[in-house]
Design a protein around this ligand. Structure first.
Ligand code: HEM
Length: 428
């Protein structure tokens, strides 16, 4: 590792979930942006070598747009894939090919295969069905006074969208929900155990139990995907799974591990991100009642408020790249093979880009400058779909239950990768 030019010592532990247990550590991010925008971060796991933490909007956009220098491919986009000695199943399954962990030109081929399904027109075609589904979901809570916003509302919307898009049958949808929740819980518990001060032997056995649970969930998910692919090859339909099943990208069709990777990416990327932004948005509105009132009085502000929620919540906390050759960022030399971690939550509060960046303002003029969806080559493929869901939910929710407010603290998913909330009590 070259000598850090912004040397302020070890001031944070962004590789531990504890740093995120009360939400994103904005005090740390603010200090890093100011004093050490390209910061050398040691890692507590003995098998990891540390990473460069990027916290400025400009640098993250630059890195995202230069995949030749900053690769998403092997080992991939996570900060760590666990202990290679333990043969971590998370590592194995996450490394299964998927486009988020590919570089050009391979990445462009895969992205092109599915991107027509994410075009503005395809997304617009979804709007009416989605609005009807949202109304049904709100009907379901109308008689309740208090309930869990995540399980009753937020998680139901992206799950429905994803299942419709991919052609997952009604009878399978609850199963998809359970698998996704299991995966998030068990993976988070594992990183939790890695960093918790639990006795080594106790942590080891708990780790293996969780690892098994993660493995079983992956296998269940892959089996469901493979069954669907087989069926779509026999009887093509017009859903996304059919497009992938019958693609000729790899000659005779995609090999099984790439099909698994695709299914996994869609199910995880589309679910967690959107539901957490929806829930984080409600917390922001509860904490800023004057902003909520603006939306009730002028619903035309909701599209802009959607971007502000995306900025504020930054539901994907980071993505990692690996330097493919010696390079520099802001004058800081970076060596080939070193990890570079981009902290979106920090970029989205960068005071050089956003006026009063620490205030939640539904009518802010610079809201669209957020990079909650990333930037460049891997800009979120589902960005329009994510935005549509948040906008429609808030149009319907505030019209029907303008008094809705959070009445509990959020239960946070122990993770430094997803800004996840598993429960939030609300009153209508
Ligand atoms: C609030 C909602 C969402 C947020 C904040 C979000 C965030 C992100 C981010 C930050 C990336 C960039 C990864 C990188 O640069 O390495 C990404 C990529 C991706 N997202 Fe999303 N996402 C959201 C919703 C969705 C939805 C609804 C879908 C699909 C149904 C989706 C599918 C994808 C896919 C397929 C990629 C990979 C694109 C590529 O590699 O070219 N996302 N997302």
């Amino acid at each position: 590792m070259p000598k850090p030019i912004y040397d302020i010592g070890q001031i944070c532990e962004l590789d531990r979930w504890e740093a995120f247990q009360n939400g994103q550590p904005h005090d740390i991010f603010t200090r890093l942006r100011k004093e050490a925008p390209v910061y050398w971060h040691e890692e507590y796991m003995p098998f990891e070598n540390g990473f460069w933490a990027l916290t400025k909007h400009e640098d993250i956009v630059r890195v995202s747009k230069d995949p030749k220098t900053f690769s998403s491919a092997a080992p991939g986009i996570l900060m760590s894939y666990g202990d290679p000695e333990k043969g971590d199943p998370v590592a194995t399954a996450a490394l299964v090919g998927n486009m988020i962990a590919m570089d050009p030109p391979q990445h462009q081929v895969y992205r092109k295969m599915v991107s027509p399904r994410f075009s503005p027109k395809s997304i617009r075609d979804f709007e009416e069905g989605l609005r009807n589904r949202v109304r049904e979901i709100l009907d379901g809570v109308a008689d309740k006074k208090e309930f869990d916003f995540v399980t009753e509302i937020a998680e139901k919307i992206p799950l429905w969208v994803l299942c419709e898009m991919m052609g997952i049958e009604e009878s399978q949808r609850q199963k998809v929900r359970d698998i996704v929740n299991n995966l998030t819980d068990a993976s988070s518990q594992m990183s939790n155990l890695n960093s918790a001060q639990t006795a080594a032997s106790e942590a080891d056995s708990q780790y293996s139990e969780n690892a098994l649970q993660v493995w079983v969930s992956y296998m269940e998910l892959f089996k469901m995907g493979r069954d669907m692919i087989e069926e779509r090859r026999k009887n093509p339909t017009d859903d996304l799974m059919s497009v992938v099943a019958n693609s000729k990208v790899e000659g005779d069709g995609l090999p099984p591990e790439l099909l698994d990777g695709f299914f996994l990416l869609m199910v995880i990327a589309g679910n967690e991100t959107t539901r957490n932004t929806i829930t984080g948005g409600l917390i922001a509105l509860t904490e800023n009642p004057a902003e909520k009132l603006k939306l009730i009085q002028d619903p035309d502000l909701i599209p802009n408020a959607t971007d502000e929620m995306l900025r504020w919540v930054s539901s994907v906390v980071y993505m990692r790249r690996t330097a493919t050759h010696d390079t520099e960022i802001r004058g800081q030399p970076i060596r080939k093979g070193e990890k570079v971690v981009m902290w979106y939550g920090s970029a989205n509060r960068d005071e050089e880009v956003f006026v009063d960046s620490h205030l939640f303002k539904v009518d802010r003029e610079d809201a669209k400058k957020h990079i909650a969806f990333g930037a460049g080559e891997h800009l979120c493929l589902g960005n329009r779909l994510g935005q549509l869901q948040i906008r429609i939910l808030y149009e319907e929710l505030l019209d029907r239950f303008p008094n809705i407010e959070a009445i509990s603290k959020p239960t946070r998913v122990p993770s430094n990768f997803l800004n996840g909330i598993s429960h939030l009590k609300v009153r209508i």
